[in-house]
Design a binder for this molecule. Structure first.
Ligand code: EPZ
Length: 418
């Protein structure tokens, strides 16, 4: 296993290009199951989660070609056994996204229930509720869910909780249903819109993506397309925070600032300067950093996937920051590690109170989940002395060569074999 070593104290200066969005690629890969022909996806980042999804699709019988950097081609002629096994699903819960397309095209799917994960229980009850409403027969046994339907029927589905992959899964199931499906309280995330745009290009009839109500009219045939993945707003946000907290001056190229309004507001409140230029978005950090309060809510609110990163910044701000995590019930795994660096944080349920300290001190740390790992890397950039982050396979799930990108910006950082 690799680990990352950081010598803190350097300002980040220079340019960085934002990679394609992991959480847009995964549903697009699932969508390729719907068509008999080569689906081409471009601007694909080199990430563990995408490799895992490739293994799953190959297991299902898909042909997969990586044609040059960032371009993926997938063809699904037939799926002899539409089953996603436990050993694959347990490493990546987004595997449940194959449920909708497999059911829609092959009338059956059997997927291991994802089980819990570090940040929360993360059930898929709403995915299954929606499939049931569309007429699927849903059964659970031996840790697997089996869904079957000769022909799905359009239905009106209200999701009690806004769920990103739930919205995506039901959209993927509804494209061939008889009649119209209406998803109420749907997720508004840009990745949902990216999927809807791709499905419409394939011949689907989907209206309202990006709003709370999405209407999907079932169609008979879809055709394969080429689709470019939107930039990763969470990677971009992570680099924006990195510049802001190191008194940096970083130009982010291919930065989807339009998807980052809530983060930008908070970074400006904290004292950062964020400006759009011809070549991208420039983020200049100020000192002292001002403490801001954060409450994570579904898009377009402050993203839960940026909570750990902004917390790292608040540990060295000049006041008190109250951070409330409303989306997941256990997404403060980074707190214990940040405290070992000297951060002053107290957690009460879904609320963390962060009192800024003069400085953090480098320490040996252990990553626990994807965004917590990013938070520890950011803290290492500003800590006095050496920081060592182990178990960075968590980091590699969602960041493409982050240490190389940070090194090019002036960070003293390297990846070593554990
Ligand atoms: C997606 O996960 C993202 N993953 C997550 O990103 C992100 O944190 C999350 O959305 C929230 O924005 C992908 O898109 C692959 P949810 P997802 O369903 O869809 C509850 C990262 O860091 N819920 O929107 O699994 C659930 O427990 C990852 O890249 C139900 O109760 O999240 C949670 O509390 C981490 N029943 C809330 O909804 C359900 O059937 C939001 O979860 C489904 C969800």
């Amino acid at each position: 296993m690799d680990k990352i070593l950081i010598e803190g104290g350097n300002r980040l200066v220079g340019e960085v290009t934002v990679s394609g969005a992991k959480n847009a690629v995964l549903p697009l890969m699932a969508a390729s199951l719907l068509v008999d022909g080569w689906t081409t996806i471009t601007n694909v980042p080199n990430l563990r989660d995408i490799d895992t999804f490739k293994v799953l699709l190959s297991h299902l019988g898909c042909d997969i070609e990586s044609v040059g950097p960032g371009t993926l081609r997938i063809r699904t002629v037939n799926v002899p056994s539409p089953e996603a096994p436990y050993e694959m699903v347990k490493t990546m819960r987004a595997s449940v996204l194959v449920l909708g397309p497999l059911l829609s095209r092959f009338k059956k799917a059997r997927v291991s229930l994802p089980g819990g994960c570090a940040i929360g229980a993360r059930p898929i009850d709403l995915h299954l509720m929606g499939l049931k409403k569309m007429g699927a027969d849903v059964s659970i046994d031996h840790g697997y869910v089996t869904v079957k339907a000769e022909k799905l029927k359009g239905a009106k589905i209200y999701m009690d909780t806004t769920t990103v992959t739930g919205t995506e899964n039901l959209m993927l199931a509804a494209v061939h249903a008889e009649g119209t499906t209406v998803l109420e309280n749907a997720a508004l995330e840009p990745e949902v819109v990216c999927l809807a745009d791709a499905l419409n290009a394939m011949g689907a009839v989907i209206k309202g993506a990006g709003t709370e109500t999405i209407r999907i009219e079932g169609v008979r045939e879809l055709k394969p397309v080429e689709v470019r993945v939107i930039p990763d707003r969470i990677e971009a946000g992570t680099f924006m925070v990195a510049s802001a907290m190191t008194r940096g001056n970083v130009l982010l190229k291919d930065c989807p600032l339009g998807y980052l309004e809530s983060l930008s507001v908070k970074l400006r409140e904290a004292g950062a300067e964020i400006t759009e230029e011809a070549g991208g978005v420039r983020v200049i950090g100020d000192w002292p950093i001002r403490s801001v309060d954060i409450k994570t809510i579904p898009y377009p609110g402050f993203p839960t996937d940026m909570q750990a990163q902004i917390m790292a910044m608040m540990t060295i701000a000049s006041g008190l920051s109250v951070i409330t995590e409303t989306v997941f019930e256990n997404r403060f795994m980074h707190v214990g590690e940040l405290k070992r660096m000297g951060a002053d944080i107290s957690v009460d349920g879904r609320c963390a109170v962060v009192r800024g300290v003069k400085h953090l001190s480098g320490a040996p740390l252990m990553a626990t989940d994807l965004r917590a790992s990013a938070s520890l890397i950011l803290a290492g950039l500003v800590a006095e002395g050496k920081t060592e982050v182990s178990r960075i396979y968590h980091l590699d799930r969602g960041y493409e060569r982050i240490e190389e990108k940070l090194k090019r910006l002036g960070a003293k950082i390297e990846r070593v074999k554990e």
